[in-house]
Design a protein around this ligand. Structure first.
Ligand code: HPA
Ligand code: ZN
Length: 334
């Protein structure tokens, strides 16, 4: 399955804070004189056993606490791009959680300029294109999301989309209806996590109230056949994250992962790593282990790779260009 590593692909669901590997966490903690509650990399990895989304989020926000300076955000983002270069991820749509940092007194500018510097370098060094999705934390209030939206405006040129992440249950999309309206007015494209742990109703709400153009996760749409039909008709893509679903107990076993069922139903599935440092692997491994567990055909994998460009937020010309590169690759690797 080495071809999966080599084929040009895009990643559409990736939290940059979720790429913080324990080694880098230690290095940054040391240089910033930040105390972390672990004494070794092994101890950190051992702490990465989650029984649900909230379990993970508690550790994920704590880990992000080592990030203080622009250089830290730059190093974090470059380390992810290094993985992209190794796996031939040629385009990536990176989510970042400004509130995880501004709530600790780190400025919006520090966060975004560190990430931005890395994006420019990755484009230059490896030809990797990327864009940014600014995600609101849904456990916080809409008012706080509005504040973040305002803080983002001086850096609007660097941000393509807005997203919604963190604790899903009890924090429905409708809570953020007005801030999404305002974000759309500012030119941001709306996406949102929905139907990961939350019910199918949250997906419908995200479509209606937030006007989203793509669904992050979306697994629970399968509990509502008429919703599935609507998503198929609208070609509404799902950014599916196999290792994340496994580690957060959304699925019991990769063999029971619904990706194949989703494809068979005609849903537009893309494969993504979500928080690779926490969930045990980057994008290529997600594809390989999913394909292995579900006995996916080469065509099914190729469809999901093409979907990753088709349902990206790139211009039609760029999408076409990338999809042609995928077709050329497939032709040469029959
Ligand atoms: N769901 C919700 N919030 C998150 C996730 C996720 O998968 N990853 C990082 N923040
Ligand atoms: Zn996510």
């Amino acid at each position: 399955m080495d071809w999966i590593k080599q084929i040009p692909k895009a990643e559409l669901h990736l939290h940059i804070e979720g790429t913080l590997e324990p080694e880098l966490m230690f290095a940054i903690a040391q240089r910033n004189h930040v105390k972390i509650p672990y004494s070794s990399v092994e101890e950190v990895r051992n702490a990465y056993r989650f029984s649900c989304l909230q379990d993970f989020l508690d550790i994920y926000y704590a880990g992000a606490g080592v990030l203080l300076y622009e250089e830290d955000f730059y190093d974090l983002t470059m380390a992810y791009f290094q993985h992209c270069a190794e796996e031939n991820i040629v385009h990536t749509e990176i989510m970042f959680d400004p509130q995880t940092h501004t709530q600790r007194g780190i400025s919006f500018e520090t966060v975004i300029m560190g990430i931005q510097k890395a994006r420019e370098e990755a484009q230059e060094k490896w030809g990797i294109s990327s864009l940014l999705i600014m995600s609101f934390l849904r456990h916080l209030t809409q008012e706080e999301a509005f504040q973040t939206l305002t803080e983002s405006l001086p850096y609007k040129q660097y941000i393509t989309a807005v997203g919604l992440d963190s604790s899903e249950k009890g924090n429905p999309p409708s809570k953020f209806k007005e801030v999404y309206q305002a974000a759309i007015k500012e030119g941001y494209i709306p996406v949102a996590h929905a139907g990961e742990e939350g019910p199918a109703d949250y997906i419908e709400e995200a479509l209606e109230d937030l006007q989203i153009v793509r669904i992050d996760h979306g697994n629970n749409c399968l509990t509502n056949p008429s919703l599935v039909q609507k998503l198929v008709m609208q070609k509404m893509a799902l950014t599916v994250c196999p290792f994340s679903n496994l580690e957060l107990k959304v699925v019991e076993d990769l063999k029971q992962h619904p990706a194949k069922k989703m494809l068979d139903l005609g849903l537009k599935v893309t494969i993504n790593s979500d928080d690779p440092a926490y969930f045990g692997g980057y994008l290529t491994q997600n594809y390989i282990q999913l394909a292995d567990a579900l006995q996916l055909s080469k065509e099914e994998v190729a469809t999901m790779v093409k979907n990753s460009f088709q349902y990206s937020l790139l211009s039609p010309e760029k999408k076409e260009n990338y999809i042609q590169r995928v077709e050329d690759f497939l032709e040469q690797h029959q």
